[in-house]
Write a protein that binds this ligand. Structure first.
Ligand code: GLV
Ligand code: MN
Ligand code: MN
Length: 404
């Protein structure tokens, strides 16, 4: 079979897992039954290839070709978990491509001198517990395990409980220097989350940098009251402060060349005939550099406070996570670009486990063209031919790195 056919066959076995029955994308939250089913799928695929499967202390799964303890491994991979009703490709494409790239290397008769592994990292999107790249942040020590264990999902389930239900020991969560030290190089292949490759007419690109980004919770409190009897002049309505801040965030981002989004909101008590007592809104902000991001968030904070003063409400903004700018290893990036016949290098506004790992090991990313440019929504996609080109590019890179 050709790589394109192998891709389709393998992809089709994973696709039904976590798919919304009404056709509204995929729902695979970290440590949910759908996510665990994906991990079982991965374990089965790894076993069928004679790879050694190992789950680390933080729920990250590794499938090894060669002896992990030999060190200086070349590791590739991504994540299975999705945003609510997201696309099929964000995450899983990197894992499926990793398995198929290993198949291709074996077909070529390659005998790597360094161990090679495919990894599936835990809760990358942060859609369940609020912290993106949870698995790699724990692995690298960027997230304190006590803080992590106490994180809760929207049903009040703690990460400690979810990890226990998934059959892992929550007390084991935390930095794992020996496991991290095994990784000599990390590569993440990912669906592109924009239209740059489509515009450049290139199936595969190489990442240059990740914009700094973070999440802030805006809590606005006012006074709950009757929607019919409370005079307009007497209201202390937190929804007004939140709504104004949403618009202000959009404007401040445009002015600075950054991005700001409010995609999640909680209203208390959430009643049609009541002035709300409180509103929480989550601000996702990103910018080309750390100073611009800081300026953007500060401007949003000031605008929220000013408006709260006028509405008789109080507004506070609390950082939930912050990832500084990531510049990928330039030597590695240039090597990949040359190897892939001058594939274009692109920055991205999306966060990735590769960004977290890049602070510890030489890391690179490959992007596969996404003609719609849509991401975190069901319309995200890539042609089978481009996915096969991604597999071949990944195999070429793994071969070059693992055989040196
Ligand atoms: C992850 O995909 C993020 O950028 O939020
Ligand atoms: Mn994503
Ligand atoms: Mn992703």
């Amino acid at each position: 079979m050709m790589t394109i056919e192998r891709f389709r066959v393998l992809w089709d076995t994973l696709l039904p897992i976590g798919r919304d029955p009404d056709g509204a994308g995929w729902v695979r939250y970290g440590f949910s039954p759908a996510d665990l089913a994906c991990r079982d799928w991965f374990t089965g695929q790894a076993a069928a290839r004679g790879l050694t499967v190992e789950t680390d202390r933080n729920g990250n799964v590794f499938a090894w070709w060669g002896d992990p303890d030999a060190g200086d491994a070349v590791v590739t991979g991504s994540h299975f978990d999705s945003v609510p009703h997201g696309g099929a490709y964000d995450g899983p494409l990197g894992i499926v491509s990793g398995l198929l790239a290993l198949d291709l290397l074996r077909q070529r008769g390659v005998e790597p001198r360094r161990p090679v592994a495919v990894a599936a990292f835990a809760e990358e999107e942060g859609s369940r517990f609020g912290v993106a790249c949870l698995g790699t942040r724990l692995l690298t020590g960027a997230l304190d395990p006590d803080t992590a264990r106490a994180l809760t999902d929207s049903d009040g389930v703690t990460l400690a409980e979810a990890v226990t239900a998934a059959g892992h020991d929550p007390e084991a969560l935390g930095a794992d220097p020996p496991r991290l030290a095994r990784i000599g190089t990390f590569l993440e292949l990912h669906i592109e989350q924009g239209r740059a490759l489509a515009d450049l007419d290139a199936p595969v690109g190489v990442a240059s940098a990740i914009w700094p980004h973070g999440r802030w919770r805006l809590d606005v409190t006012g006074e709950g009251n009757h929607a019919g009897t409370t005079r307009m002049a007497d209201r202390r309505d937190p929804m007004l402060t939140a709504a104004y801040t949403v618009l202000a965030a959009n404007k401040e981002a445009r002015l600075r060349g950054g991005h700001a989004t409010v995609g999640r909101i909680e209203v208390t008590p959430n009643a049609t005939n009541a002035v709300p007592a409180a509103v929480s809104a989550w601000v996702d902000a990103r910018a080309p550099d750390d100073a611009t991001l800081q300026g953007l968030v500060e401007a949003i904070r000031v605008r929220a406070a000013e408006r709260a003063g006028r509405d008789g409400t109080s507004a506070t903004m609390t950082a939930e996570s912050l990832t500084p700018v990531v510049e990928f290893d330039t030597g590695l990036r240039d090597r990949l670009t040359a190897l892939l016949g001058g594939a274009p290098a692109l920055p991205t506004g999306a966060g990735h486990d590769a960004g977290v790992l890049s602070g510890h090991v030489p890391t690179a990313m490959l992007f596969v063209r996404n003609p719609t440019g849509v991401s975190h929504a069901p319309a995200e996609g890539a042609s089978d031919a481009d996915c096969a080109a991604g597999v071949t590019a990944l195999a070429d890179v793994l071969q070059e790195l693992a055989c040196r």
